[in-house]
Design a protein around this ligand. Structure first.
Ligand SMILES: Cc1ncc(COP(=O)(O)O)c(C=O)c1O
Length: 393
């Protein structure tokens, strides 16, 4: 078994995530011409079902980019050099909004909160009061670097009170953490294909309200491919028509993945993710390991765990990957070597968690820890058993 090239691999990161076989299979079909009658219904169906996942009546604009491209589209459509905005950050991906604001020379007020904590809407309120004329607030639903889910509905209310639009990064949150774009008044939500949408990387989405499209249309300069109104115009045609060549194979895969999500039903999908998070937290706590930052039932995307005293944190993911074929993530930037991140966003079920915890226990012990083998596994099993989990055929 040593060095077997046939050992099964387990991808337990928050993106890219595992892709269901039927999604992979459809992407292997012959490439379709994007104006062909065979592709147009696929395109139309995907655009329609994306609205269901974002819970919106907006156009969900699709780009051939990673999630950061969709984030950049929000900056280039809504912000011009010198514009006043508010940027929130509670981790690595909040920082990306700041980097984009720097790149596009915005005049921003930075709400920089401690990693592992939640953004306090009152702080956003203060920042907006201190920044008269701020037109947009940029924030994050699921901060993948810490596992924390932010209360974007409360932040939206504050933004609107000050007459600002809100843009939410839901790159890892969409389809894993509760999100109701229209009911929560989120003007723009951006995401990507490679996380809870169960597809390979390569598609970015921006679900954009009419108010945000209108704001973008006021100043059309400074962008081309990412111009929201250009893509909205194409997607609104009957039948819809992409202004540029869309990634047809990814659309074919996404069509199947969205069908799986809609068939499972979003409330069930959210419950599944919360249950996976609960089991993961129970497993690590059974070993006396601490959840990093906020220990929250809403943490349904990724579980961040502090590395036990005396164990080399950076070595754990490496050993798990190289010896057991289980890929989890370590900490990023200031959290390098300090935390482990086990994802459960997308095509994940109970036995992915149980396998991962089993590998984690073995790896930590090999690196000097003294965990009771199986204690975390048993704790996760109990959570699943109590929830009456049925995976089915
Ligand atoms: C919350 C969040 N925002 C943005 C990104 C960046 O997305 P991408 O790597 O697809 O550009 C990620 C990727 O992990 C993310 O988790």
């Amino acid at each position: 078994m040593t060095n077997s090239p046939y050992i099964k691999q387990y991808l337990m990161t928050a993106g890219p995530t595992p892709v269901p076989p039927k999604v992979s299979q459809v992407m292997a079909e012959p490439i379709l011409y994007h104006r062909a009658p065979a592709f147009v219904p696929v395109y139309a169906r995907v655009l329609d079902r994306l609205k269901t996942v974002f819970d919106t009546s907006n156009d969900v604009l699709c780009f051939a980019s990673s999630g950061s491209g969709a984030m950049e589209s929000a900056m280039v459509n809504l912000v011009h050099p010198g514009d006043k905005i508010v940027v929130t950050s509670a981790g690595k991906f909040g920082e990306r909004w700041k980097e984009l604001a720097d790149a596009y020379e915005a005049d921003y007020t930075y709400v920089d909160v401690e990693w592992g904590t939640q953004i306090d809407p009152a702080e956003v309120d203060r920042a907006l009061s201190d920044t008269p004329g701020a037109g947009v607030v940029f924030t994050t639903l699921s901060e993948t670097s810490t596992g924390v889910i932010h209360d974007v509905a409360a932040i939206a209310e504050i933004a609107h009170k000050h007459g600002a639009l809100i843009v939410v990064d839901a790159v890892s949150g969409l389809g894993a953490a509760e999100l109701h774009q229209d009911a929560w008044g989120l003007d723009v939500v951006v995401s990507g294909s490679q996380k809870a949408l169960m597809c390979p990387p390569g598609m970015g989405f921006a679900s954009v309200s009419q108010a945000a499209l209108d704001k973008a249309a006021e100043r059309p300069a400074g962008r081309y491919y990412f111009d929201w109104n250009k893509t909205a115009k194409g997607q609104r045609k009957d039948p819809p028509s992409s202004p540029f060549t869309p990634p047809v194979s990814l659309f074919m895969g996404l069509d199947v993945a969205l069908d799986m999500i809609v068939t499972e039903a979003l409330p069930v999908v959210y419950d599944r993710h919360r249950l996976l998070g609960r089991a993961t937290r129970a497993a690590v706590k059974a070993h006396g390991m601490e959840i990093f930052g906020l220990d929250d039932e809403a943490a349904s995307v990724v579980t961040a765990v502090s590395v036990p005293e005396g164990v080399d944190g950076a070595a754990v993911p490496k050993l798990m990957r190289d010896k057991y074929g289980i890929t989890i993530a370590g900490g990023q930037s200031q959290l390098k070597g300090k935390i482990l991140r086990i994802a459960h966003c997308g095509y994940f079920g109970p036995f992915d968690i149980i396998t991962t915890i089993a590998g984690l226990e073995m790896a930590i012990n090999e690196l000097g820890g003294s965990l009771e083998l199986g204690a975390g596994v048993a704790a996760a099993q109990r959570v699943f058993a109590d929830a009456g989990v049925t995976v089915g055929a």
